[in-house]
Design a protein around this ligand. Structure first.
Ligand code: TRP
Length: 334
């Protein structure tokens, strides 16, 4: 039997090219080697969007379209809608006994998010404990491997701790997962400052038109001291070169461009024009596939519905083992 992959995203916005290099590219590459589950984490998305349920609802379809557009194949990947799997909520409650609030407070990704969102001391409890529900996501499907961006590593560590604790305490029924981070773990935003995200307004979305991408690329941050073409330019911290490294399969050419830029004599306009070509080579087939699926939304809905049904069966088996291990199997199998 194939080993399992579980990954997922919060459907709060369409996916961008940072998701692509961090995780989606790995998921597509591995979907035939592993039994791949892809979770649309709408319950987790609500933990910091509970006032905006319609936003999450709308983005479930957008993210499904992104998944299919990048080449996840519904015949090999199982798409699961988190809110329709109550077993995940049940596991979350059991796992909460196995972690401490002080440990949760130290999660670096959650810490960063709390600061970004300006919660201060008033962190919604559901948001605060989402790493535990993510451990439930991963273990419900018995995942061996979790392809993610590097900001998700603390969640996988938390999951491993819960799995070990559970298995030692009750019975060895949970699978210990490993993270798999993309070759480019973190893509900078168009502004070159923070990582790419919708909320920072510095993202290129997989669903952007060529015109939009052209506009975004031409406005990208580059070396501010590279005023004249002949000036030597700085490659380090320059997102234009970070994107070339992430997307151009011709490594030698990228190296030659970097050398030329560093020496001076290579203008920003020219490099950006080349970057646009490189991005379009990757993104135009994705855009075409997206358009095809937009014309067949019934296929998208079926993939999500059938995937979720299968997901529920798998999660149900896990919960049954967990209940047995925890002495909660009172009235036999339901
Ligand atoms: N926390 C992830 C993110 O913000 C989304 C997610 C939810 C996830 N459940 C998961 C990722 C399980 C990997 C595995 O992108």
């Amino acid at each position: 039997m194939k080993q399992r992959i579980l990954t997922g995203d919060r459907p709060t916005a369409p996916l961008h090219i940072g998701h692509y290099v961090g995780s989606l590219r790995n998921r597509v590459a591995l979907q035939h080697d592993y039994d791949t589950f892809v979770l649309l984490a709408d319950v987790q998305a609500l933990t910091d969007n509970f006032e905006h349920p319609q936003k999450i609802r709308d983005n479930v379809m957008e993210v499904m379209l992104d998944y299919l557009a990048v080449g996840l194949d519904p015949h090999s990947a199982t798409f699961v809608l988190q809110s329709q799997i109550p077993e995940i909520a049940e596991l979350t409650i059991f796992f909460l006994n196995l972690v401490t609030t002080s440990h949760l407070r130290q999660n670096p990704t959650v810490k960063t998010e709390i600061a970004q969102k300006g919660y201060g001391e008033s962190v919604p409890a559901g948001f605060f404990i989402y790493p535990v529900s993510q451990a439930a996501d991963i273990t419900a499907f018995g995942a061996h491997l979790v392809p993610v961006g590097d900001d998700q590593l603390p969640m996988i560590e938390q999951t491993v701790e819960i799995v070990r604790r559970f298995n030692r305490l009750y019975a060895p029924v949970l699978t210990e997962p490993k993270a798999l981070v993309g070759e480019v773990p973190r893509l900078p935003g168009l502004d070159g400052k923070t990582k790419m995200s919708k909320s920072m307004g510095n993202a290129i979305f997989l669903s952007d038109s060529l015109d939009e991408i052209a506009r975004k690329v031409s406005g990208m941050y580059t070396d501010p001291n590279h005023l004249k073409v002949d000036d030597p330019g700085e490659v380090e911290g320059n997102p234009v070169f970070a994107y070339l490294e992430a997307f151009d399969p011709d490594r030698q050419h990228v190296q030659a461009l970097k050398d030329h830029y560093g020496r001076g004599g290579l203008g920003d306009v020219k490099v950006k024009r080349y970057l646009l070509e490189v991005l379009d080579a990757v993104l135009s087939p994705i855009r075409v596939r997206r358009t095809e699926y937009v014309q067949h939304l019934e296929l998208v809905e079926t993939a999500l519905k059938e995937g979720t049904q299968r997901g529920r069966e798998v999660a149900g088996q896990t919960v049954q083992m967990v209940r047995e291990a925890m002495k909660l199997n009172y009235f036999g199998p339901s």
